[in-house]
Design a protein around this ligand. Structure first.
Ligand code: NAP
Length: 283
């Protein structure tokens, strides 16, 4: 495998260690940073994600409030719970696990979170801050991807970055972060003709689609940095990304694995945003 592996597990450990140091510094001044994690319903995948987030909080010395509600919770009751967490001084970040049950409007819920506690970076205000280059909370997955790209030592100025996917939580903020780092950015989506032709132009290729083997070896420029955000299962039921890892690793310069790439960084950046929120509250 000529490509160098970008080890998200190792990098996330470094980020979490730094968060733990910052949490200890806050604690020594009498402030205990805290994250509230809210889960509505019994979706098994969401339960695993939430458990991992709560565990990571504790390991980094953050206090966490975990609220699990039945799928029948009404939207107004959920908004009232968020109102209470907004007012709770022990809570510096609020994360509502998506997806929510169909009867709850996710936009209303996200907008109900205080901007000071929007550590997922999903609100319209946080999106606007990213768009205009103002400081603010960046969505955790693309924020983590940027840290992975930076870890390769590549200078993004003047490089061509291609992002496949345009969701509000991954693709669009990813493209904006790359733009802010002075890359020339192309965004591809399901209506893009000639995806392969665009992908082959990429010095940095980010795949955030949710369909395995979307990126094959013939779509990758030799030496490119390839970041695989996708989470899928192969025929054997094992986790895999959007990239044909074995074949692309023969062509790329750097590549993230799945698992062990973007996933651990998403949680690490959530902790990083939470400690940032706690530091601002303590200032
Ligand atoms: P999403 O909201 O479903 O968006 C998928 C995007 O891919 C859409 O913009 C869609 O285009 C585009 N797309 C679909 N088929 C395509 C094709 N054939 N060619 C080009 N583009 C295509 O998904 P998401 O939330 O962004 O997540 C993407 C993947 O990342 C999923 O597998 C998700 O599980 C994973 N993920 C991982 C993490 C992590 O921590 N590792 C975090 C978040 C998400 P249209 O807009 O035209 O429909």
């Amino acid at each position: 495998m000529p490509a160098q592996l970008i080890d998200g597990t190792a990098l996330s450990r470094q980020v979490r260690e730094r968060v733990a140091q910052r949490a200890a510094a806050l604690a020594s001044r009498g402030h205990r940073p805290g994250l509230a994690v809210v889960l509505v319903g019994e979706d098994p995948a969401s339960q695993v994600y939430v458990r991992n987030k709560v565990k990571a909080c504790h390991e980094a010395g953050l206090h966490s409030v975990f609220e699990q509600h039945p799928a029948t919770l009404t939207e107004s009751d959920l908004l009232a719970r968020i109102g209470a967490l907004n007012e709770n001084p022990a809570v510096h970040g609020i994360l509502v696990q998506m997806p929510l049950p169909a009867h709850i409007n996710p936009h209303r819920v996200i907008e109900a979170i205080s901007p000071r506690k929007d550590v997922d970076g999903y609100s319209v205000l946080s999106a606007g801050e990213l768009l205009t280059g103002l400081p603010g909370f960046r969505p955790c997955t693309p924020y983590g991807c940027m840290a992975l790209i930076t870890s390769t030592g590549i200078d993004l100025r003047g490089k061509h970055a291609v992002v496949i996917g345009r969701s509000n939580t991954v693709g669009k903020p990813m493209a904006l972060l790359l733009l802010q780092a002075n890359a020339t950015v192309t965004i591809c989506h399901s209506a893009t003709p000639n995806l392969a032709q665009h992908a082959r132009q990429a010095d940095v290729l980010v795949a955030a689609v949710g369909r395995r083997n979307t990126v094959t070896a013939d779509m990758v420029k030799p030496g490119a940095v390839v970041i695989d955000v996708g989470i899928n299962r192969n025929d054997a039921g094992k986790l895999c990304g959007d990239v044909d890892f074995a074949a692309v690793a023969e062509i790329a310069g750097h590549i993230t694995p799945v698992p062990g790439g973007v996933g651990p960084m998403t949680i690490a950046m959530l902790l990083s945003n939470t400690i940032e929120a706690a530091e601002r509250a303590a200032a």
